[in-house]
Design a protein around this ligand. Structure first.
Ligand code: ADP
Ligand code: DGP
Ligand code: NA
Ligand code: NA
Length: 206
């Protein structure tokens, strides 16, 4: 028996941080051991480079090298994720491999090329995508536009790239148009609750 890996994905300002925090609190209230990880993890050496790249829209780095940095940033935490899951800690990730593929795919890099560097990373048991049909609801949220990528035409392309994961067995869309924080949380909980008692199979990988 090992704990589940749960990923929350979505566009910039779609509510991931709000929802991952609420989910973690609810799991703690149910007496589960749980750890929240956020990608990119900006505090590591590679994460600091990524942070600079995101905050300074003029910072120059080729699309391919940025892609590999984001992937390397996830690999920095691979052993920690495996360790936590085998020690019965539920791991919730705020963004993951899917963002890696979707954001670089939106720049024109090929799907399989984008996925390749993450092959071997632990695969989530449940992935929840916070989906907007009305893009205006997300691009008008407070903070939108502060960082690189936070531009509505680009976000539309990212959204189209995320659709490519709809065939993955762990993938679930939650439509979040006009939904309150509580309503979205309840839908996330309905998807997560069935796995909180643990998973029988080994950790799967991409
Ligand atoms: P992300 O982590 O995806 O960038 P956040 O959780 O930081 O998104 O949310 C972005 C902004 O939208 C915050 O100001 C947050 O309070 C607000 N927000 C989050 N969820 C909702 C919701 N369901 N309805 C309206 N505003 C929301
Ligand atoms: P945030 O989740 O708000 O901390 O923002 C991180 C930004 O970086 C957001 O615009 C999405 C983007 N991002 C996250 N992961 C990856 C990745 O692996 N590759 C690329 N190119 N961008 C990513
Ligand atoms: Na962002
Ligand atoms: Na966030």
């Amino acid at each position: 028996m090992r704990a589940p890996l749960i990923a929350i994905e979505g566009l910039d300002r779609s509510g991931k941080s709000t929802q991952t925090l609420k989910l973690v609190r609810r799991l703690q209230d149910s007496n589960r051991s749980v750890k929240l990880l956020k990608f990119p993890e900006r505090t590591t050496a590679i994460g600091k480079l990524i942070d600079q790249y995101l905050k300074d829209k003029k910072y120059k780095l080729s699309d391919e090298s940025v892609h590999l940095l984001f992937s390397a940033n996830r690999w920095e935490l691979q052993d920690k994720i495996i360790d936590l899951l085998t020690n019965q800690y539920i791991v919730v990730v705020d963004r993951y491999v899917y963002s890696g593929v979707a954001y670089s795919g939106a720049k024109g890099l090929k799907f399989q090329w984008c996925l390749n560097p993450d092959l071997g990373m632990p695969k989530p048991d449940v992935t929840i995508f916070l989906k907007f049909n009305d893009m205006l609801q997300v691009t008008t949220r407070s903070g939108f536009g502060e960082e690189r990528y936070e531009e509505s035409e680009f976000q539309k392309k990212v959204c189209a790239q995320f659709k490519k994961f709809e065939g993955f067995s762990e993938w679930h869309n939650i439509n979040v148009d006009n939904k309150s924080i509580e309503e979205v949380h309840d839908e996330i909980w309905n998807l997560v609750e069935p796995v909180i008692n643990g998973i029988n199979n080994d950790i799967q990988t991409f």
